[in-house]
Design a protein around this ligand. Structure first.
Ligand code: SF4
Length: 106
C-alpha cells in the first residue's frame, strides 16, 4: 500500500517526479479546448487525413482562433504529441520538423 508519510527514499523520488510529469504548462488553461469540448474533438478517428476530414476541420477551426495556438504547436513539436495541437495534425507536424531539418521526438 502506498503511504506518502513514511519519508522513504522511494516516496521521496515519487514526490519529486510526479509533479514534473503531470503538471500542465500554464498556457494550457487558456486553450479553447480546455473550455469543455469533447476530448474526441482533438483525437479524431482519422486524425492524420488533414483538411479532408470534417472532424479534423472542426478541430482546426477552433485552434485557428485560440489565443495560445503558437505555444500549443511548439509544445506538440517538442513533445511529439498525438492528435490535433496548435491547428496541426501529427502528419503536418512531422512535415514541419522534417522541413526544419530535424527528426520527430518519437
Ligand atoms: S491551439 Fe487548439 S489544441 Fe491547442 S490549446 Fe488551442 S484549441 Fe487546444
Amino acid at each position: 500500500m502506498y503511504d506518502d508519510r513514511d519519508g522513504s527514499a522511494a516516496n521521496q523520488v515519487d514526490q519529486y517526479m510526479e509533479p514534473r510529469f503531470w503538471d500542465m504548462p500554464p498556457w494550457m488553461e487558456y486553450g479553447l479546448c480546455a473550455a469543455g469540448t469533447a476530448p474526441d474533438t482533438w483525437f479524431p478517428e482519422n486524425g492524420n487525413r488533414g483538411t479532408t476530414d470534417p472532424a479534423v476541420r472542426a478541430a482546426k477551426a477552433i485552434c485557428a482562433v485560440c489565443p495560445v495556438a503558437l505555444q500549443c504547436l511548439e509544445h506538440a513539436l517538442l513533445r511529439g504529441e498525438s492528435g490535433i495541437w496548435g491547428g496541426t495534425t501529427e502528419r503536418e507536424r512531422r512535415v514541419i520538423i522534417r522541413n526544419q531539418g530535424g527528426t520527430a521526438p518519437c
